[in-house]
Design a protein. Sequence first.
Length: 646
Amino acid sequence: MLAGARKAAYAEESAEVEVLFANMEKLKGLTKKIQGSLNRLEASGKSVQDAISPIYGSTQRLQITNRNVDRILEAIDRMREPLDQSGQEERVIRSDPRKTGIRQYISSLDRATKALRGLKRSNLKASQNTVEELTQLLQYGSKQLEFVFRETLQEDARPVEPLHYITKGSLEWTIRFEQKILNFSGIQFPTIPEDKLSRLNMINTHVARASIETSQSAVNYPTAKAFSEVRGEYIMNSLRNLAAASVATARKTNADIYRAGTNGIGTYSTALEGMVLAEWNGITQVFAQDEQSRVCLSTCQSAVREYSRTLRDLDKHIKENIVTDCFLAFEIIDIVEALLGRMRSKVTVLEQPLRDAVKPIRDTAKSSLQRLLDDAKVRVQNTNVLPQDGAAIAATSDILSVLQTLSSYMRPLSTVLASLGEKGWSLPSSPTASTHSAPSLKSLDISGDSNELFALYAADMLEELLKALESRARLLHKTSSVQGVFMSNNVALIERAIRSPELSSQLAGVAPRVEAWRKKATQKYLDAWKEPSSQLLDVQYTARQRPPSGNPNDSAAIVKALGSKEKDAIKEKFKNFNASFDELVARHKTYKMEREVRATLSREVQAIIEPLYGRFWDRYHEVDKGKGKYVKYDKQTLSTTLAGLA
């Protein structure tokens, strides 16, 4: 049974295999048919390709040609556009910018410039004439703008009177113990109106850009040059009268010491500062930041040159009158330094030109210190007649006035002394000194040493003065007493000046040196009193028996113990003392003495004479037996007489 089932299964599988083989035979036949169809299709496609290939190539070439034609037409349109635009912009550019409107006019110029740039890039011969015409049109337009720029500037370029604006401003005095500085605030010099500044800015921006594009100088392009010329002339013309006034007020009508503020340079400097700051305000609104300093320098250089020329004229005047007018040099230094300090935060480009302008004045101020020292000697040495009453001479007061006047310029004086260094005022000037640059800011710092340097300088001047006075006194005064009075009077003036408010803080250290001269002068006067003093000295013999009374000052006993020759000698001493004392007292009263000198000398004389006379009188007044023939003064009378010397 199993075998039958297995046979049936085999039979079924065999039938399926036969069906499979039959299908494979059919597939082979179908494949052959498909391959034949493909072969026929390939042959047909090749025939079609061979037929249409020439047509396709022609079509591609036609497409390329078409695109090239389109591009040529576009290029022609682009070339025609500047030509068409040139005609459109010419009408605007040929018109008046003020009527057209600056903004619209500049926009038209910009469009024409762009068109010109396109024509130049095309580099076609056919457009060369148009390039030239458009270039000329742009040049004409730029000239029109430059004319409007300059005309706008000239509308506000009429010279002004600076004094009017200075007096309108508020004037503040900043007074310190050692310096007086004029600080002007609130001065508003006229500026270009805001609407015009805006117009000038638009024009300048366009012209500056055009100058760079055309490779012109970026330093001196037309609007910058016009601004410098117009506004520079305006500043210089406005300040011309003040420059002349500064020189005119320097002319001397007498030989007095220069008084601070009497020269016009302070007003001139203030006006220059005010006008420069006003101009800087306009420059910052018209020009780009990187151009502002350059334009400011070129605008103000004429005014600064005129200022420098004025300082040179003043310097010449100071040198011709250096002893009396050197103080003007210190005042100018102070004015310029203060001006630079105020301008430094805004306009730095003018700092070096102004420093160069004041440098000759600074050099003159340096040399004046040595000249003042020399003058202290020469002025006394040229005095051929001294007061016979021992009065101080005018030269001393004059020289003390110099020191007091110098002390009122402590700020600039300190910078000059610092640049010279200790004792530098006594050194000969270096032949190359004038080639050195102006002192740096470090050398201009005012330190605690400034008073010390001034004290050293003042001590040198006073020393030279006193030496010269002593030399002239020895030559022209024959007696030591009048020499002593003369020197004491001059020393008293010096001591009084040292204690004055102007000099007390700076010259406190000089007092001991002057005191030494005072003592020397006092001793010189006291030398004359040695003669009466010598008459009051006697010889005592200790081996002799003491007076019976036991009182060493018992005049009667002492005189009784003397021999006749000794009594005669004592009488002669009283007689000589009286003559010498009376002569000196009379002479003392003829002398002209300063109040403190008379008090000092009388006190010194009394301190010497009164004790000696009192002792001598106690011992020997009985030699006269009260007759007054030899003993003219008793102790009280002598004391009263000495007190009357004061």
